[in-house]
Design a protein around this ligand. Structure first.
Ligand code: DGT
Ligand code: CA
Ligand code: CA
Length: 579
């Protein structure tokens, strides 16, 4: 069974949790949490690195011990440390940690004092009023726990796009290898590049309409190694649950219906409904088998044919949300969406000078190999001590190094930058004189997320007023499924950026992906360029740019709307602040 990064992340997270319940050393716990995060965001499968014989300690935060554990997990599917910890503690205890408000300390108390081992036992203990009597809990906490348990039960799980991609790719390759299978396409929200995916919808075409063939596909699919449960399995459709908790919906369709089926299962539902309404007005019927006039099938072998039957040009999947794309298509106003190959540079990357893992030189060479013309080095500023932010002297030294390196590099230019903290009053974490030497200044909020909307907005506007400010990093601050965005008036920020001649970042890191798609649309309407940046902390992370491009496409951005599609010469003019 192939081991994915998300599996390793899950193992390391569980180890950290169990160590914490056991009361282990905090450094040790943190090392596992870090490693879990690193692997969770790694755009390349660790399994592939191990198989290739790569040195895993080159990954940020991974020492020899963790590298050994990763190899062990990849080759055996298990981690002996986790196996041991699980033997020592009740099996469902980590489930308790998923209840908001319950950390390892509380879980430990609930387990030791009330013998609570499962979510059900927790609920019962709360209902019976036994929790309030525990030291450090109280009636209010008990009430909160009860509410959280109920909310937890009704929550449906979604997966980050990168995580979904790892499961989808392995499954796609598996299905593609079945003899007789022709096309395998992952449709649904995954194809629309939504930032999170609820379930995978996979479409397979197989040898023409042979029932025997279909049942072979179904039989192989339902016996895939990673299947935990088969919910249903018919001749043309099966639904399974993977061990990771992700549901997969598979359909086998005839080649001639492929386009219609792909259109149907790509969605979104509201886009499909809108298309069907147009078809009705034309006296047509659209379903997953084709487009029909009466009993006669007039289209459906390709998606283009479906759109053309209802009088529309092809609409890219990322736009299919019924947010004006149909009107735009009808009026010949569909955007020509930006593509990964349009990017000429990346304006946000870290090195080992702060919390990155690689050298200036390595970052430059990998960026060049990916076809980029320029790369801005933007390590953290001093305020962010957890990330070993740079003080003026360290930054000056890095600038010298970059100047030197640029004389030797061929085909790529490093730009001198900083990811400077925007302080609570909107001032920047480094003096003007220091910032003046840089090619660009990327400003970011890393603290005081809880300010009121008015104050948070004001803070960012004041930062943009700064004569050296170039680009606002990850403008909403959200971390997908971990941290809500801070409350700001994004439209005011966008308009202020226009006024001040600065720009907004679309951060391609898979757990950030902000700007949101709707913000991209506003930026475009207001004429503010967006920079799609990797925020790379190692050479691996440039691979995240494709997710940033996906989000930009969902936000209707074209090549001209994106700052870093410009040539270096054009970019230099745009980032020179004169106001
Ligand atoms: P997800 O899985 O929550 O991230 O989002 P989707 O968009 O992948 O939704 P899903 O998996 O429920 O359904 C996949 C596609 O199938 C959906 O985008 C459109 C199509 N579909 C599902 N249910 C309906 C329906 O009732 N009517 C129509 N027209 N299409 C549907
Ligand atoms: Ca889906
Ligand atoms: Ca589905």
């Amino acid at each position: 069974m192939p081991v994915h990064n998300a599996d390793i992340t899950a193992i390391f997270t569980e180890i950290a949790d169990l160590l914490e319940i056991e009361g282990a050393n905090t450094f040790r716990i943190r090392a596992y949490r870090n490693a879990a995060r690193i692997l969770g965001d790694l755009p390349q499968e660790a399994r592939v690195l191990v198989e290739r014989g790569d040195d895993l300690t080159r990954l940020p935060g991974i020492g020899a011990d963790l590298a050994g554990k990763i190899s062990e997990i990849v080759t055996t599917g298990h981690c002996s440390l986790l196996d041991r910890l699980r033997r020592e503690l009740p099996p469902a205890i980590t489930e308790l940690l998923k209840i908001p408000g319950l950390g390892p300390k509380r879980v430990k108390a609930l387990y030791h004092d009330l013998d609570v081992q499962t979510v059900e036992q927790l609920q019962r203990a709360a209902q019976d009023g036994r929790i309030r009597a525990l030291h450090g809990f109280g009636a209010k906490t008990e009430q909160n726990i009860l509410q959280a348990v109920q909310a937890h039960a009704s929550q449906s799980r979604r997966f980050k796009l990168t995580t979904a991609a790892q499961y989808a790719e392995a499954l796609r390759a598996f299905l593609q290898a079945i003899p007789g299978v022709q096309q395998v396409t992952v449709a649904g929200s995954f194809r629309r590049m939504r930032e999170t995916v609820g379930d995978l919808d996979i479409l397979v075409t197989a040898a023409p309409d042979s029932i025997v063939m279909h049942s072979t596909v179904m039989q192989r699919f339902t016996s895939y190694d990673e299947v935990a449960e088969v919910f249903s399995a018919g001749e043309t459709r099966a639904i399974i649950l993977l061990k990771c908790g992700m549901q997969v919906d598979l359909r086998v369709v005839a080649q001639q219906s492929y386009g219609a089926a792909l259109h149907y299962f790509t969605g979104s539902k509201s886009h499909n409904i809108a298309i069907r309404r147009i078809a009705q007005q034309l006296g047509l019927k659209v379903n997953e088998y084709g487009v029909f006039r009466g009993a006669k099938r007039i289209a459906g072998d390709s998606e283009e044919s479906v759109y053309s039957a209802v009088g529309l040009p092809f609409i890219p999947p990322e736009l299919r949300e019924d947010r004006g794309e149909i009107e735009a298509a009808r009026g010949g106003r569909l955007p020509k969406l930006v593509e990964l190959s349009d990017l000429k540079g990346d304006l946000h990357a870290h090195t080992k000078a702060s919390d990155g893992h690689d050298s200036l030189r390595d970052m430059a060479l990998v960026a060049k190999a990916l076809g980029l013309e320029y790369l801005a080095i933007t390590d953290h500023s001093r305020r962010l001590t957890v990330a070993h932010g740079l003080d003026p002297l360290q930054l000056a030294r890095q600038c010298d190094e970059i100047d030197q390196l640029n004389t030797k590099l061929d085909g790529i230019t490093l730009l001198k930058g900083i990811e400077v903290d925007i302080l609570e009053d909107g001032s920047l974490d480094l003096p003007d004189g220091v910032l003046a030497r840089l090619d660009l200044v990327v400003g970011a909020v890393h603290s005081r997320f809880g300010l009121s909307r008015a104050k948070q907005t004001e803070r960012i506007l004041r930062a943009m007023d700064h004569p050296h400010f170039t680009l606002l990093a990850h403008p909403s601050g959200r971390l997908i499924e971990q941290r809500e965005p801070y409350d700001v008036d994004m439209l005011r920020i966008i308009r202020h950026a226009k006024q001040r001649g600065c720009y907004l970042e679309l951060n391609a890191h898979p757990e950030r992906l902000d700007l949101l798609d709707s913000h991209c649309q506003s930026a475009k309407e207001e004429g503010v360029l967006v920079s799609i940046n990797s925020d790379a902390h190692s050479t691996f992370d440039f691979a995240n740019l494709k997710y940033g491009v996906g989000q930009a496409r969902r936000g209707w951005l074209e090549k001209a709307d994106v700052l870093n599609t410009r040539s270096l010469a054009a970019l230099r003019k745009l980032i020179k602040r004169t106001m």
